[in-house]
Design a protein around this ligand. Structure first.
Ligand code: SIN
Length: 281
C-alpha cells in the first residue's frame, strides 16, 4: 500500500495505483466533521473503493454515515429479506443456493436512478479465509479500448433488466404481481462528478444493446465482459475482516463477490445510496 499525500484529517493508503484505498483515522460511528467528511468524499471520488477497518457500527450508525451522501436505497428484492428495508443483509451459509453478487455487476443498474454508491459492513468472515470482493475500474476499462472501438460504442444504448439476476439466478418473484425494474442506459456514460467516461454495461443486468441484431449485441457484450474479467490491471481485491466497511462508487466500478468458502459462512450488511441522476452519456 502507498500513503497518499494531500489529505490532512484522514490517512489514505492506496491498494493499487488507480483503484482502492484503505482509510484510517476515521470513526464512522460518530458524525464526521465537515472537513473530514470532505476529505472522505474526495478520496471516494479519487480511489473509487474505500476500505475502513475496525469500525464498530450499529445499523443506525451505518445508515447515518450513508445518509451524508444522499437518500437511502431500498433493494428491489427487499421483500424477500425482511427486516429494515434500508439494510440489505448479505448472508451466505452452507444452505445458500447462491451468494449475492457472485458475478461481475454494478449494483441495481436496472433502476432508473441506480445507486450512486454502496457501503458493505462485514460482520462475519468465513473461518477458512476467502470471501474477498473484487472491484474493477470502469474508467480504465473504457480508456483501454482502442479509439476505433470507442467510436463504434459511442451513442449505443443498453437495456438493464432486474429480472435477469433476481428472477433468473436468485429465483425470487417480484412483490405482489409487479415486475422488476428494467431501464435503458447509455453504454458509455460520463461520471456526473468527475466528468470522466465510463464503460457502463455489466453481465449481471445488461440484457442487450438496442438497435443491434441479437448476434451483434451478444458479440459486443461478450467481448466487453471478457475485457473486464480478463484484464487484471482493472482490479483491486478487498480482503475482509469482521468490522470492515467498504464503500464503493457504483457509478464507475463493478464488483464480484468470490464464493470460495463453501460450506463456511459469511455475513455483511449493505446500505446503498440512491443516485441523483440517470446515467448519462
Ligand atoms: C454485493 O453487494 O454485490 C455483495 C458484495 C459482497 O458480498 O462482497
Amino acid at each position: 500500500m502507498v500513503a497518499q499525500a494531500g489529505y490532512h484529517t484522514i490517512g489514505v493508503n492506496s491498494i493499487t495505483p488507480h483503484i482502492g484505498a484503505e482509510i484510517s483515522g476515521v470513526d464512522l460511528s460518530q458524525p464526521l466533521a465537515n472537513e473530514q467528511f470532505s476529505e472522505v468524499y474526495q478520496a471516494w471520488l479519487d480511489w473509487k473503493v474505500l476500505v475502513f477497518r475496525d469500525q464498530q457500527l450499529s445499523g443506525e450508525q451505518h445508515k447515518a454515515f450513508a445518509r451524508r451522501f444522499g437518500a437511502l436505497h431500498v433493494h428491489p428484492m427487499q421483500h424477500s429479506y425482511g427486516g429494515d428495508p434500508e439494510i440489505l443483509r448479505v448472508r451466505t451459509t452452507k444452505d445458500s443456493r447462491y451468494t449475492a453478487g457472485n458475478g461481475w455487476h454494478t449494483d441495481v443498474s436496472c433502476d432508473e436512478f441506480p445507486p450512486l454508491g454502496s457501503m458493505l459492513y462485514m460482520k462475519e468472515t468465513p473461518e477458512c479465509g476467502g470471501g474477498d470482493t473484487l472491484f474493477a475500474d470502469m474508467y480504465l476499462a473504457y480508456d483501454l479500448l482502442s479509439d476505433r472501438f470507442k467510436a463504434m460504442l459511442d451513442g449505443l444504448v443498453a437495456v438493464h433488466d432486474g429480472a435477469i439476476p433476481y428472477l433468473g439466478s436468485y429465483q425470487v418473484a417480484p412483490p405482489n404481481g409487479s415486475t422488476y425494474p428494467r431501464h435503458e442506459h447509455p453504454l458509455v456514460c460520463t461520471h456526473p462528478e468527475t466528468g470522466k467516461k465510463i464503460l457502463y454495461v455489466n453481465s449481471g443486468f445488461t440484457s442487450h444493446i438496442k438497435d443491434l441484431a441479437p448476434t451483434e449485441s451478444r458479440a459486443i457484450l461478450q467481448m466487453l465482459y471478457q475485457h473486464i474479467a480478463q484484464t487484471p490491471r482493472l482490479i483491486c481485491r478487498v480482503q475482509w475482516e469482521p468490522n470492515t466497511l467498504t464503500f464503493w462508487d457504483n457509478r464507475c466500478t463493478q464488483h464480484h463477490a468470490v464464493w470460495d468458502y463453501y460450506p463456511h459462512s459469511r455475513y455483511g450488511e449493505r446500505v446503498s445510496i440512491v443516485g441523483t441522476q440517470r446515467p448519462a452519456a
